[in-house]
Design a protein. Structure first.
Length: 573
């Protein structure tokens, strides 16, 4: 039996895939807006009339809406899968615990209606966040939220006022506007409080709220079945060690507490759970940025995960980096601070490059390289996994729970007629499904369709229906686990440099389009080759025997392991 359904490391990594999705959207929108601010051939002397002509030309708002909708839809699918996984983990963990304690409990520990309510609440929070995004900029004395569709207009209005005043040139004015948009990044406004936060941070928080609520339902119900009055908190290295009382998480992590009165009363002396940990408050257990959790503990049956001696030595010794000493907790905070700075610098580089500000883009790129080197050096010195390594650990761990997730969905289908994510019934392909797969097999459909899904062309009703039909058919295909190959020709790419920048080793790539591959090298004459470790690729070989095709669903995520020349090694996440 595992120590916990979610270790603190896994709990921290759970929302990262969704956060990465919206960081990618952030860069895409910045590039889309800033690329339209260039006035070709007139970079030195730009008049007010030139600016007004640029404004009259406008920007294709459909491209912006499409990018947002695409990320939001992919994110919604990933959110459902994540919540399914949370249910499966909790169901398995607490079923094993109940069996170990030899008590009687129903097969389903938490009512489907309770789970569904939390799903819907989390989905609602997610929708609210993604419908209230924008860039936070200053206008006069006030800061305002600009919807992405209005950011282009704001940049030109700002430039026109400054050019008319004679204070600065168009280049200087646009450089300042581009910098403000990039430094802001995508923000989201909370409908309830009006609080503004970075979109990736807000999405992380919404996901974690759903995870914590689902886990709490299982925990509380299982405590009742077990009739125990004790709980144990989790523990991890680098826990918050500042302040007194509940705010000092290191002081109460990994210990056993008395939670509430139960028929099976414990005999030992245990501190009060809520009073000691601050459970239910922002500074305490399960509060702000807390990776701890707690689980039932049965006196005489359960064993503590950590002894007092192990807890005392859970942190590595302090490290010294660039003349400053960091405790384990301070090192984790420093690492996160460098990560935020890297993301900001990446936005600046992308925005400057899109706006044609080559010198500024080069300077931002140099600064980004220095930051990345510092990040890797600091992480090594502190013995901390980097962000890509943290995400890889999550997906490695998830493999152990995939079969449990499938069983939870299957039980749900049998009992309620449908799964939580309303997925198609596995294995039985209709004539419509088979037709959809043969449509995709034809390059007359797959080439323009994937171009649309990559945002290179507008979506039409015809292709929207084709996409839906292919999505449904792929749900019913068996998955393929093993090595597959993908061959690409750089001559057919819109921007080869952008491709290689996107596929940087030790980074994650989310493909908005369907991704074709083969169990054999497709075409060794093509100049770019990919070797991919498939986890959930859809086995199309029955319908495309010639190419032995394994097709990845749109929204699939890959980790770039390494690059040698023009060959890339990827792992499906």
């Amino acid at each position: 039996m595992p120590r916990y359904p979610f270790s603190p490391q896994i709990l921290d990594a759970l929302p990262e895939e969704l956060a990465e999705l919206f960081r990618g959207l952030e860069l895409k929108l910045l590039e889309e807006i800033c690329s339209r601010l260039k006035i070709s051939g007139q970079l030195n002397e730009v008049t007010v009339q030139d600016i007004r002509a640029l404004r009259a030309h406008g920007i294709d708002l459909e491209d912006i809406k499409k990018a947002i909708a695409n990320a939001t839809n992919i994110g919604a699918d990933k959110l459902d899968k994540l919540l399914d996984d949370v249910v499966a983990r909790n169901q398995k963990y607490y079923t094993d615990m109940v069996d170990l304690a030899q008590v009687t409990a129903p097969e389903r520990l938490v009512d489907h209606e309770d789970i569904y309510a939390i799903y819907e609440q989390t989905r609602g929070q997610y929708r609210n966040l993604t419908q209230s995004i924008g860039f936070l900029v200053r206008q006069g004395r006030h800061r305002v939220m600009l919807p992405p569709a209005n950011a282009y207009q704001w940049a030109l209005d700002s430039a026109e006022l400054q050019v008319m005043s004679g204070a600065v040139s168009y280049n200087q004015a646009i450089a300042e506007a581009v910098k403000r948009l990039a430094e802001s990044g995508l923000k989201s406004v909370s409908y309830e409080s009006g609080h503004i936060d970075h979109l990736d941070v807000a999405v992380r928080r919404a996901v974690m709220t759903g995870v914590v609520q689902l886990s709490a339902k299982y925990r509380e119900q299982s405590v009742d079945y077990l009739e125990t009055d004790l709980v144990e908190t989790t523990a991890h290295a680098g826990a918050r060690d500042t302040g007194d009382g509940p705010s000092n998480h290191k002081s109460w992590q990994g210990r056993v507490f008395r939670w509430r009165e139960q028929p099976r009363a414990s005999n030992g002396e245990y501190p009060d759970f809520v009073k000691t940990t601050g459970y239910g408050t922002g500074e305490g257990l399960c509060g702000w940025n807390c990776r701890h959790n707690f689980y039932p503990f049965i006196e005489g049956v359960s064993e503590r995960t950590y002894t007092d001696q192990e807890l005392a030595g859970i942190d590595p010794p302090p490290i010294t980096f660039e003349g400053r000493t960091y405790t384990a907790y301070q090192a984790t905070q420093k690492q996160r601070q460098i990560e935020r700075t890297i993301r900001k610098q990446r936005r600046l580089k992308a925005a400057y490059k899109a706006a044609g500000m080559d010198k500024d883009a080069a300077a931002a790129g140099s600064r980004l390289n220095i930051l990345n080197q510092k990040y890797r050096a600091f992480s090594r010195a502190a013995g901390l996994p980097t962000q890509p390594e943290r995400m890889k650990a999550l997906y490695t761990d998830q493999a152990a729970f995939q079969s449990a997730a499938a069983k939870v969905r299957e039980r749900s289908r049998k009992k309620y007629g449908t799964g939580f994510t309303m997925s198609a019934k596995d294995g039985i392909l209709s004539e419509k499904d088979i037709y959809a797969l043969y449509q995709y097999k034809s390059s007359h459909v797959s080439f323009p369709l994937n171009s649309i899904l990559r945002g290179e062309a507008p979506m039409t009703e015809e292709y929207r229906q084709i996409t839906h039909d292919i999505d449904q058919a792929l749900l019913k295909l068996p998955t393929y686990q093993g090595t597959v190959y993908r061959s690409l020709h750089s001559g057919g790419m819109v921007d080869v440099e952008a491709f290689w920048e996107r596929y940087t080793p030790n980074s994650f790539v989310i493909e908005g389009a369907f991704t074709s591959s083969s169990t054999d090298v497709y075409d060794e004459t093509m100049d770019i080759q990919m070797i991919i470790q498939s986890k959930r690729g859809c086995d199309m070989r029955k319908y495309n025997k010639l190419e032995q095709e394994i097709l990845f669903k749109r929204g699939s995520m890959f980790f770039v392991e390494k690059r040698e020349g023009n060959t890339l090694w990827l792992t499906e996440i």
